[in-house]
Design a protein around this ligand. Structure first.
Ligand SMILES: [Zn+2]
Ligand SMILES: [Zn+2]
Length: 149
């Protein structure tokens, strides 16, 4: 029996290529690491979101970063095709709105069950469900993401 023509992918690879990949990131973390103790949404200040986690860790993300890290299927596959990491802005030259773009701000933030935040952005996009596990997996603190030299 020949397997020719059948691409066999590892479970890890399959997960990476699925639309759910971003949402599933961080699922291997212990519960305390993905359970927020305190969530501060600096909506009126227009700065970003801060989360203190049960395990004592603290994370924060600017709104602009979160917009570029939207975990929905559309943004996810767009980032994959452009080879961008979550939070990495799209190259200016490829951006049809490069001339003027209002800074990304949330219009509305709602909690989804007790596991995620749904952010409706001022550009009308509202498909992104930011799960605690996803947010923790993209923590930008110097411990999780050492500054690049
Ligand atoms: Zn999106
Ligand atoms: Zn961190």
């Amino acid at each position: 029996m020949s397997h020719e023509g059948i691409r066999i992918v590892s479970a890890e690879e399959a997960l990476r290529s699925s639309d759910e990949a971003a949402a599933q990131m961080g699922e291997g973390l212990p519960a305390e690491a993905v359970t927020p103790l305190k969530v501060r949404v600096k909506k009126s200040e227009g700065t970003g979101i801060e989360i203190d986690w049960r395990d004592g860790h603290a994370s924060s993300w600017p709104f602009r970063w979160l917009r570029d890290a939207c975990p929905c299927a559309t943004c996810n596959s767009e980032r994959q095709s452009e080879n961008r990491a979550p939070g990495e802005p799209r190259p200016r030259s490829q951006d049809p709105f490069a001339l003027y773009q209002a800074p990304p701000l949330p219009e509305e933030i709602t909690s989804v069950g007790n596991y995620a935040l749904k952010i409706q952005w001022n550009d009308g996009h509202q498909a992104g469900i930011y799960s605690w596990a996803y947010l923790r997996s993209v923590c930008q603190c110097p411990l999780c993401k050492p500054p690049q030299i």
